[in-house]
Design a protein around this ligand. Structure first.
Ligand code: B12
Ligand code: SF4
Length: 489
């Protein structure tokens, strides 16, 4: 038996459908006996896994690992379980091991890493292990050979159109349905892999190297229709890295789901969507598109260039799409990356100034601010960070130290190029911004509180005096509403 384990992905253990494991599991159906254990739903996942080893004879533990809380859980759990059951084979996959397989394999409690989209590579590894062979030449696999760490060439990305549907019967789907801005009963789906761009701060590039492969509009719509019918959903979120890459697919999808009367959400690029025809915008709106996550990234055209943002990204386009989406009544959710080398302070101030312009054009825009954190990719930003003394930890224990946990969740106060005063300036700005423009997407926030928040923060916002917003801290303790700076992927 194989245990597929999803470590808790947030401190409050909010259940989010573990699609990574459903994708892996889909190829095991009828071939291998397996079970999905979701750490977000179990008070003590170790006990559950131990029981599966002792009572069901599980021999393989496969873990999905994102940087952040999942990593912090996966390290001690795997360490402990390998000590107790040395013959258990432990395999890691997902975003973190794909990028940092060397640090993972320096730990003797992880046996193999699957890099990239791992459906077929994982199956090939299982088949090899079952034959009693060693996976020396398998694409997508990294392993230890004595003191050496070997990473084979990445496996080809499986085409989502050719993959089986997620085996939803393997999880208790009702636990993952939740209310959102889009609807009362929302579930996610993932309809494409990759992204055709090479932004040099983005971990997706390492996963797919510029490829984008998608389910057809019809297949995506069929899955959504089934989910809606079976689970009485009224909203769907697409977690694809770049759902809107193909206008043709988006327009066809919008047309086919028109009768479903649902709300939906996805992530896209500003330049791509700005080039869509008015007809496609109308189709998207009429089919229920309520909000789009857009990587606006910066208020500086120079920084956009340095990020290899590619395409036709520009600050002018960001302002244009903010206006366009106001016309279509679709909320833009814009993420910005501040503190970019080589002039992090100037870069940050320029972007915060720019955000004020965006808000003026479309006050409903949700603003999410990240601090630049390097990913191991070639490019001017990473090279500059390295020149400033930046280096990744060499071991998993290093990665789960509190300093690096903060780093990976983009909260670090200690990056060589992002010292505390400027980081604090960003946090204070966010607090004032999100009081003056309380999120338009929190369904619980009443008009009374909105007016109060806005009037108390007006002076600060207009005078740009963001420092020590103590009164807003108190107010934010009293009023609980969704503030983009406290959430995010
Ligand atoms: C949903 C999601 C979350 C959920 C958690 C989901 C969960 N598993 O519980 C929440 C909202 C909690 C979350 C939080 C965070 N996330 Co997140 N998240 C995503 C998102 C949008 C979708 C993931 C998904 O379900 N994909 C669908 C499945 C099918 O694809 P997949 O996960 O890539 O899985 C494939 C491969 O990775 C691989 N694989 C994955 N696991 C395994 C396991 C095994 C054994 C094998 C063999 C293969 C394998 O094969 C799978 C099938 O092809 C991705 C972006 C994206 N579109 O993928 C970001 C993403 C993974 N998150 C990211 C980040 C940074 C975070 C945070 C650190 C953000 C923060 N500021 O705090 C936190 C960390 C919390 C944590 N988990 O530790 C980054 C990772 C960047 C990086 N440097 O590695 C991503 C890529 C977003 C981005 N573009 O920056 N996230
Ligand atoms: S467009 Fe978005 S998903 Fe694609 S590489 Fe750039 S930041 Fe990453």
């Amino acid at each position: 038996m194989i245990v597929l384990y999803n470590p808790p992905s947030s401190a409050n253990r909010k259940p989010i459908l573990p699609m990574s494991l459903l994708a892996i599991g889909a190829l095991l159906e009828g071939r291998y006996e397996y079970v999905i254990v979701d750490g977000n739903l179990e008070p003590d996942p170790y006990v559950v896994i131990e029981k599966l080893i002792q009572e069901q004879g599980a021999t393989i533990l496969a873990v999905t690992v994102m940087p952040g809380p999942q990593l912090a859980d996966a390290v001690p759990l795997c360490q402990r379980i390998k000590k107790a059951y040395p013959h258990l084979t432990i395999i890691w996959g997902g975003y973190f091991p794909t990028q940092h397989y060397d640090a993972v394999l320096r730990a003797d409690y992880v046996d193999y890493v699957i890099r990239g989209h791992g459906e077929e590579a994982f199956l090939a590894l299982l088949d090899t292990l079952q034959r009693g062979a060693t996976p020396l030449a398998l694409n997508g696999v990294a392993y230890r050979a004595g003191d050496e760490i070997i990473a084979n060439v990445p496996a080809p990305i499986p085409h989502p159109q050719n993959l089986p549907d997620f085996p939803y019967h393997r999880v208790d789907l009702t636990r993952y349905i939740r209310p959102t801005f889009m609807g009362k009963r929302t579930l996610p789906h993932h309809s494409s892999y990759g992204c055709p761009f090479f932004c040099n701060f983005c971990a997706v590039v390492n996963m797919v190297e510029g490829r984008w492969l998608a389910q057809s509009a019809e297949r995506t719509a069929t899955i959504v229709r089934q989910l809606v019918k079976t689970w009485q959903l009224d909203a769907v979120e697409f977690y694809d890295n770049n759902f809107f890459t193909s206008e043709k697919r988006v327009a066809a999808f919008s047309q086919v789901i028109m009768d479903l009367n649902i709300g939906w959400w996805g992530e896209g690029r500003i330049d791509t969507m700005l080039a869509y025809s008015d007809q496609t915008w109308r189709l998207m709106r009429d089919s229920g598109l309520r909000m789009v996550f857009l990587g606006a990234e910066s208020g500086s055209d120079q920084t956009l260039k340095r990020m290899d943002k590619g395409g036709r990204a520009s600050t002018q386009k960001t302002l244009e799409i903010a206006a366009k989406m106001a016309d279509y009544d679709i909320v833009p959710e814009m993420s910005f990356v501040v503190g970019n080398p080589p002039h992090p302070e100037q870069d940050t101030k320029q972007t915060l100034e720019f955000i004020r312009k965006v808000k003026q054009i479309n006050p409903h825009t949700e603003i999410i601010i990240y601090v630049y954190t390097p990913v191991p990719l070639s490019g001017e930003l990473y090279e500059q960070a390295r020149a400033d003394g930046f280096a990744f930890p060499q071991t998993l224990e290093g990665w789960i130290s509190s300093e690096w946990q903060d780093f990976i969740q983009r909260r670090s106060a200690n990056m060589p190029w992002m010292k505390d005063p400027i980081r604090r300036y960003v946090r204070d700005f966010e607090r004032v911004l999100n009081a003056y423009y309380p999120t338009s997407t929190d369904i619980r926030l009443t008009r009374f509180w909105r007016v109060l928040l806005r009037s108390i923060s007006a002076f600060r916002y207009h005078t740009q005096f963001y420092r020590y917003p103590l009164e807003l801290r108190v107010l934010h303790k009293l009023i609980h509403y969704q503030r983009p700076e406290t959430t995010g992927f």
